[in-house]
Structures are given as structure tokens and as C-alpha cells.
Design a protein around this ligand. Structure first.
Ligand code: GDD
Ligand code: MN
Length: 369
């Protein structure tokens, strides 16, 4: 193709949407002013705000824009992208979020890479520092795991397997989708990872860096279920890890049990390491005080700092407050029940309890973000 920008019918931009009424019209305007010859396919999953009405009204006066209204019983970001790709009639496509986190200006860079002979071009996020803490670790963990899985399977990989911004040759990607239709994680968030998993091994993949922006309006739809669904995509090992993570890290009971064992075990370890002569007799009060104090931390975290309760500093203060009062309860109970007053136990208990409280806080934040 000589110049895709000047050619009619070279590029389709696929925009998956779920309640994006604040962003969709500015996004359509932005894409069309940058690439006036492109077509746009909005794939909407029964948004309950005005997204669909807005797109329909827009498409009436602008035939380059079309709307796919998906079956409400088959919701899913990956399923939406698959549908968009199956409906694409142009040789090139680009998928990007409708909330401006993926800059429409960068679509051109991705398509230029396809013109150089690549089949799939991934938009790699340059600056992920702005992501919230929990999101950063889950994104990193999910990427590591997905990469290892792809390498193990001998499949092509990418520096950012979790990216939602990519483009490619429609024929190659559509063939992959149609041949492996049932194996895609349709409810998942990571259509790119599915594509890499099932693409031909000799797929030519290229990458282009971009600045990952802030969402313009509305809210994100990503949550811990999404992260679990990525693990579920990574074979039997991944499925096992998903079950373990959802119990040990995300469920309240699992966090309680794990934090308790972790806290008690590390305390005993620190006591031993510092050569302190703790005797069997002190273990029972320690177990009891840990049980109650960890229970307090798990419940307070759940209700004070979990589920998007406050942001940044306020949340940080609540977390430290919970952990510290938990430690005082632990210590108070221990000394109330223990027959002697072995003062030397404070430091190991402080450390052990701190580890347990941090573990619970981490799980609590992960399951809420
Ligand atoms: N059709 C459809 N169905 N669209 C959806 C759905 C769905 O179930 N869920 C979300 N979307 C749309 C949103 O409207 C938005 O346009 C885009 O998909 C991304 O959704 P966000 O809710 O903004 O996701 P995010 O910003 O948290 O996640 C982004 O970054 C991830 C990497 O950290 C996305 O780009 C992900 O694909 C990406 O993996
Ligand atoms: Mn977003």
C-alpha cells in the first residue's frame, strides 16, 4: 500500500466501549481529524449511559463510523475486540481504549510499522509509574507470567503483553481468531495476549512506545477478577495459581489464615535468630494474641482501607493506624496472658506482626483496585 493515510479503506480503528459517554464523541472527533480516511468501529457492551445513542447519532451524519451493539449475555472486552476484528473490512486495524489513555496520535506510528512488513504491532507503555501501586504489581506479575508462558510455548512475545493498544494486519489476526475462537478468554481484558498465544509462531511482531495517559472521564472497569482471568489463561500452572491467589490473597478468610501463619512463623523465626530463650510456655499466649490481633487487622482493613476507601495519604494513614493498633492489641494480649513478662520479645513480635499486617494490606488493596 503506497500511503495508507491517503487511501480510503486502509485502516479501521476499533474502539471497545462500556459506559464511555463522556469520552466517546471527543474520541471519534480526534481519530477522524487525525486520520480522515479511517473507519471507526465502536463495539459497545450494552452501556447504560448514553454511549450507544451518542455513537448512533454521530454515525448518521458520518458514515465512517459504525456501531456494533453486543449481546448483553456475552459481555467481555476480549469478546468485543474479537467481534470488531471479525467485522473489519480494511487490511489494517488498530485497537485502542476509548478513554484517551492510548493517544490517538500514536495510531499512525503503529500502522507505519505494519507497512514495514510486520503482522502485529504492540503499543508499549513507556511510563507506568502513574499506575496505582496495586495495579503496578498485578500488571507486572501478569506480564511476567504471560511472557513466561509464551516463551514456554514457543510463541511470539512482547515487552508489554498486557497492553490494550495494538494494531495489525486484519487477515492474519482474523485467521488466528477464527481458528481458535473457543480458546480465547472472551470475558478477559487481554485480547493481545490471546492473539500472541494462538498466532502462527513466525508472526512478525514489532513494538512502538507510547505515553500511557490518564483516563479523561468516567471510571476504569478493570478489577482483580480481570487479573485472575489472565492467570487462568496460562495453562494448568496458571489455573492453579489463580485459585491459590484468589483464596490466599483475595478472600478475607484466606488472608486471615495466611497472615496469621506468616506472622507467627516469622516472629518465632526472629526470636530464634536473635537467640532469645523463648520457651514452649510462651507459644500459646503468642498464638492467641496473634489470632485475635490479626483478626482485628483483617476486618479493619477490609472496612477501612479496602474497596476504594479513600485515596493516597488518607488511605495510607488508615493502613498504618490499623497495623499499629493491631500490634498494640497483640502485645497487650500477649502480656496479659503470658505468665512472665519477657520484654525481649517486643522487637521480633513487632517485625513478625508487621509482615502479617503488610500481607493483609497488600491483599486487601489488590482485591479492591
Ligand atoms: N465492549 C466492552 N466491554 N468494552 C469494555 C469493557 C467490556 O466489558 N470493559 C472495558 N471496556 C472498554 C472501556 O470502555 C475502555 O474504552 C477500554 O475498554 C479500557 O477499559 P478501562 O476500564 O479504561 O481499562 P483500564 O484503563 O483499567 O485498562 C487498560 O489498561 C490495561 C493495561 O494496564 C486497558 O487498555 C487494558 O486493555 C490494558 O490491558
Ligand atoms: Mn482506561
Amino acid at each position: 500500500m503506497s500511503d495508507w493515510r491517503a487511501e480510503d479503506g486502509a485502516l479501521s480503528v476499533i474502539l471497545p466501549t462500556l459506559n464511555e459517554e463522556e469520552n466517546i464523541i471527543p474520541m471519534l472527533d480526534a481519530v477522524l481529524s487525525l486520520y480522515p480516511r479511517a473507519r471507526i468501529i465502536v463495539v459497545d457492551d450494552s452501556s447504560t449511559d448514553g454511549t450507544q445513542e451518542k455513537v448512533l447519532a454521530y454515525s448518521r451524519s458520518n458514515p465512517r463510523v459504525s456501531l456494533i451493539e453486543r449481546d448483553p449475555g456475552d459481555k467481555g472486552l476480549t469478546a468485543s475486540i474479537m467481534d470488531g476484528l471479525v467485522m473489519t473490512e480494511t487490511p489494517y486495524f488498530a485497537v485502542l481504549d476509548a478513554d484517551f489513555q492510548h493517544p490517538p496520535e500514536a495510531i499512525g506510528d503503529l500502522i507505519d510499522e505494519i507497512e514495514k512488513g510486520n503482522d502485529l504491532v504492540v503499543g508499549v507503555r513507556n511510563d507506568r509509574r502513574k499506575l496505582p501501586f496495586a495495579r503496578k504489581i498485578s500488571s507486572w506479575g501478569a506480564h511476567r507470567m504471560a511472557s513466561a508462558y509464551l516463551r514456554f510455548k514457543g510463541q511470539p512475545g512482547s515487552k508489554d503483553t498486557m497492553s490494550g493498544f495494538f494494531s495489525g494486519r486484519t487477515d492474519v489476526c482474523r485467521k488466528t481468531i477464527l481458528e481458535h475462537f473457543g480458546k480465547f478468554e472472551r470475558q478477559g481484558f487481554k485480547a493481545l495476549f490471546d492473539l500472541l498465544k494462538f498466532a502462527p509462531r513466525d508472526l512478525k511482531v514489532s513494538e512502538v512506545g507510547f505515553e500511557f495517559g490518564e483516563r479523561r472521564g468516567g471510571t476504569s472497569k478493570l478489577n482483580s477478577k480481570t487479573v485472575l482471568s489472565i492467570m487462568n489463561q496460562c495453562g494448568i500452572v496458571g489455573k492453579g495459581l489463580a485459585i491459590a491467589t484468589s483464596f490466599f490473597l483475595l478472600s478475607m478468610l484466606g488472608r486471615f489464615v495466611t497472615a496469621f501463619i506468616l506472622g507467627l512463623f516469622t516472629t518465632l523465626l526472629f526470636l530464634t535468630m536473635t537467640g532469645q530463650p523463648w520457651r514452649n510456655i510462651e507459644v500459646f499466649p503468642m498464638i492467641l494474641s496473634f489470632l485475635l490481633a490479626i483478626g482485628y487487622v483483617v476486618i479493619s482493613n477490609e472496612f477501612l482501607s479496602g474497596k476504594r476507601r479513600g485515596n493516597g495519604l488518607i488511605r495510607g494513614i488508615k493502613i498504618v493506624f490499623t497495623a499499629f493498633t493491631g500490634f498494640l492489641i497483640n502485645l497487650g494480649l500477649f502480656y496479659a496472658i503470658a505468665t512472665e513478662l519477657p520484654e525481649f520479645q517486643i522487637m521480633p513480635m513487632f517485625l513478625g506482626f508487621g509482615i502479617a499486617a503488610s500481607y493483609d494490606t497488600l491483599g486487601c488493596i489488590m482485591h479492591s483496585d
